[in-house]
Design a protein around this ligand. Structure first.
Ligand SMILES: C[S@@+](CC[C@H](N)C(=O)[O-])C[C@H]1O[C@@H](n2cnc3c(N)ncnc32)[C@H](O)[C@@H]1O
Length: 170
């Protein structure tokens, strides 16, 4: 389960264990500032008994976990904020844990339709959030600055430049 926004538009969800190989519990967090009270469970069939929501600011801390998924979040932020977020993950992740980052990865060649999508997103992130899309080297540098190393990366997911970057504690 990725970070997600609830139907009420207030929850920031953080998965504590995904997928659940041994444990079967996930937890979510929501920043307290400016938010209404978060829902107490993620709801949905099969989720309510193994998913909880915790208030929090991911720049400060995230719940402990052995697998963490950050989807569509890093491109919202500049390098300094991304490093703070990833350091929160590093402090809370198990020694043999894995951090999964799902983001577009800027290709080295920009001459394809898929690359055009990433370029448009890069501009949108710059304009709307002050963030950016990043290439592989930039992701490696971010991970390194936060105490992770890139362990694996998937091919682009169906017709996009989105990939899953798998990082482990360095
Ligand atoms: C671009 S959305 C991505 C949502 C979802 N993962 C997706 O891919 O659709 C970024 C998410 O980060 C959450 N967020 C922003 N600042 C946060 C903070 N300081 N602490 C925790 N969550 C935060 C937002 O509420 C939002 O759910």
């Amino acid at each position: 389960m990725p970070w997600s926004t609830s139907a009420a538009g207030t929850a920031r969800c953080w998965p504590r264990c995904w997928p659940p190989p041994r444990a079967s519990r996930e937890s979510c967090s929501t920043p307290p500032r400016g938010s209404r009270a978060p829902p107490r469970s993620c709801g949905g069939p099969g989720l309510s008994d193994r998913c909880s929501i915790e208030a929090g600011d991911f720049f400060e801390a995230v719940p402990e976990g052995d697998v963490m998924l950050v989807k569509g979040v890093l491109h919202d932020w500049d390098d300094r904020r991304c490093t703070a977020l990833l350091r929160s993950c590093r402090r809370s992740i198990a020694a043999d844990g894995r951090l999964l980052v799902l983001e577009p990865v800027m290709p080295s060649s920009l001459g394809t339709p898929e690359a055009a999508g990433a370029v448009m997103s890069d501009i949108a992130m710059l304009v709307y959030t002050g963030g950016r899309e990043r290439g592989m080297t930039e992701f490696r540098d971010l991970f390194a600055a936060a105490g992770f190393e890139l362990a694996e990366v998937t091919p682009p997911l169906g017709g996009s430049e989105v990939r899953v970057l798998v990082a482990k504690p360095a």
